[in-house]
Design a protein around this ligand. Structure first.
Ligand code: MSP
Length: 499
């Protein structure tokens, strides 16, 4: 049994969840479920990043203390994950005392070995990014991501000797022992590394909302190292580099392009300094835009995940998010596009083919799986595309492989018109063969959909007279798993026609 540890970024507890947070988390859930079905021992982490200036400022704006504020925001995230049927193993909050202690212990070890030292730091700080910006990162003096002018900061700080680890970091990325996917993102990081890796400021003197440095309580840790160590503390790590949790290192870490650079520099160099293994792989996805524009309150094109769920239901929401993000690229979302996709793929596609086929089987074959002189279909190519897309975390291709299969079944039904043949009471053998092909294909489709739309998959399996999918084995991928004569379930409507 292989282990599979998958992580999502821990989202800032500074406001309501964004549709992009939902995408990354649903994608992680699908991959975690897929690996569980393969028999792997999965650990799936989620959480919230609760310290730092961004959270403190958001709390202040509404007149609350950061503690009260994060205690209100965090449940909004966990409620959303529950609604979306996210089966994580643990939700970590960086304000948990065990996390705080472990961060202090680990960074104390780096201070003791001389990898953290005191200095003075001056620079432009963007609170939205929680990062210092170089002059050439700014456009017209503003942060291009947040459209705000960073604040100039000059203070005593503790620095992390990141430069010391530039060369092993580069080697790990070049050799793919830390694999960054897609390839263009790896090149982007390598390009960035050619500029050299400077030491970074790792503490804040004037930011009270953070973890105090154990050796200098005037300072708190910079929010990123605090946040990165969640990937260890969520597994119960206590900050001792000599004791490595069994699920560690991460097999896959998901993130969008916004936080690749910090993940590919600060996080692995901290690990190198601690003498801990590096994560195996990153998958960096794109951003959701709406009508081609960045979602923003000012433009009025923000899509609220709660609204998507109440419009389409949780299962269809999972499907719509996953199928709207092409591999490694940005995806565009609008309610109109989602409505059209819902109707085409789920109502007219999957839902319709299942209910039509069941109706015919109940009417003409006494509700049993029919049989006819049919040749086995080879699904190996479809399974290959599906499995490879799962390995790449390419959610659109996973779903396209299912939708293409449904389309070709539909075409096959249109060409053979079994209802006409059966209505005329002639050649029911050939109609039986056509219907068997649809039902058996739907068994494959239900297995493929199990990680994506678990309860829809269960409904299809019940309609086929089978139990829920509990694993994915090579035998399950062969043609003929559905036996003729099996008693089919009742007719079922998978998706309500709404638009
Ligand atoms: N707290 C840090 C991460 C620390 S991880 C150790 C952070 N939080 S965040 O709330 O800003 O979340 C960023 C992540 O949210 C992105 O990397 C992505 O996973 C998701 N998304 C937020 N907006 C997004 C889009 N518009 N589109 C797609 N996903 C994006 O950074």
């Amino acid at each position: 049994m292989a282990k599979y540890y998958i992580t999502t970024p821990i989202y800032y507890a500074s406001g309501k969840p964004h549709i992009g947070h939902a995408y990354t988390t649903v994608l992680a859930d699908v991959l975690a479920r897929y690996h569980t079905l393969l028999g792997d021992k999965v650990f799936f982490q989620v959480g919230t990043d609760e310290h730092g200036a961004k959270v403190a400022t958001s709390a202040k704006k509404v007149g609350k203390t950061p503690e009260v504020f994060v205690n209100e925001i965090t449940p909004i995230f966990s409620d959303l994950w529950q609604k979306l049927d996210i089966q994580y193993d643990r939700f970590i909050r960086t304000t948990e005392s065990a996390h705080i202690k472990a961060v202090q212990k680990a960074l104390q070890a780096l201070y003791d070995k001389g990898d953290i030292y005191k200095d003075k730091y001056e620079g432009w700080y963007c609170e939205g990014c929680e990062q210092f910006k170089l002059e050439n990162d700014l456009v017209d003096g503003k942060c291009p991501d947040h459209q705000t002018k960073p604040t100039f900061m000059s203070e005593d700080t503790y620095m992390f000797r990141m430069s010391k680890y530039a060369s092993p970091l580069r080697d790990a990325i070049v050799s793919n022992s830390l694999q960054i996917t897609p390839e263009n993102r790896k090149q982007e990081v390598l390009q960035f590394l050619t500029r050299g890796l400077k030491d970074i400021s790792i503490s804040r003197q004037n930011q009270k909302w953070g973890i105090p440095l154990p050796w200098d309580e005037e300072h708190t840790f910079y929010v990123w190292p605090d946040a990165f160590l969640n990937y260890l503390t969520v597994l119960g790590w206590n900050g001792d580099p000599a004791v490595i949790p069994s699920s560690y290192p991460p097999d896959l870490q998901l993130m969008a392009k916004d936080i690749l650079r910090v993940h590919a520099t600060i996080w692995p160099t901290l690990l190198l300094a601690l003498g801990l293994p590096l994560p195996k792989k990153f998958y960096v996805h794109g951003y959701f835009t709406s009508e081609g524009k960045k979602m923003s309150k000012a433009v009025g094109n923000v899509i609220d995940p709660q609204e998507v769920i109440s419009t389409f239901g949780p299962e269809a929401t999972r499907y719509l998010l996953l199928s709207s993000m092409p591999y490694g690229e940005d995806g565009d979302l609008t309610m109109e596009k989602m409505k059209a996709k819902y109707t085409a793929d789920l109502v007219n596609g999957l839902g319709n083919i299942l209910s039509r086929t069941l109706t015919l089987c109940h009417k003409y074959f006494s509700g049993l799986v029919p049989t006819g002189p049919d040749s086995p279909q080879d699904w190996s190519a479809k399974w290959r595309v599906y499995d490879e897309a799962m390995v790449k975390a390419d959610s659109l291709t996973v779903l396209n492989s299912v939708i293409e299969a449904i389309k070709s079944l539909d075409q096959n039904l249109q060409e053979n018109k079994p209802w006409e043949v059966l209505g005329a009471q002639n050649n029911s053998e050939s109609a039986a063969a056509v219907l068997y092909r649809v039902l058996e294909a739907l068994r494959h489709i239900a297995i493929m959909l199990k990680p994506v739309m678990p309860s829809t998959s269960d409904k299809i399996m019940t309609a086929l007279g089978l139990g829920p999918v509990e694993h994915i084995t090579e035998a399950d991928k062969q043609w003929g798993g559905l036996k003729p004569g099996t008693k089919l379930g009742e007719k079922v409507h998978l998706f309500e026609r709404k638009f």
